[in-house]
Design a protein. Structure first.
Length: 72
């Protein structure tokens, strides 16, 4: 699996997961429980992950939807 982005915003992660699902790309949010354990102070962002073969297409889908992915 490869990381698409990191975020502390649960609503944004849910939205991005739905966008990817609409494009036929399965996404998983990693580190949800770690984020909760640390008290949700934002020290441990959650990671949005997709299968290796879907990574480039996932980036394209999210970029086309106007998402800033923080990639340089």
């Amino acid at each position: 699996m490869r990381e698409v982005l990191r975020s502390n915003d649960a609503v944004r992660l849910s939205w991005l997961t739905a966008l990817l699902a609409d494009a036929g790309i399965a996404a998983v949010v990693f580190d949800t429980h770690m984020s909760i354990v640390e008290g949700s102070i934002g020290a441990l962002p959650r990671r949005l992950m997709v299968e290796d073969d879907d990574h480039a297409r996932a980036l394209a889908v999210l970029t086309q939807a106007g998402e800033e992915l923080g990639r340089g």
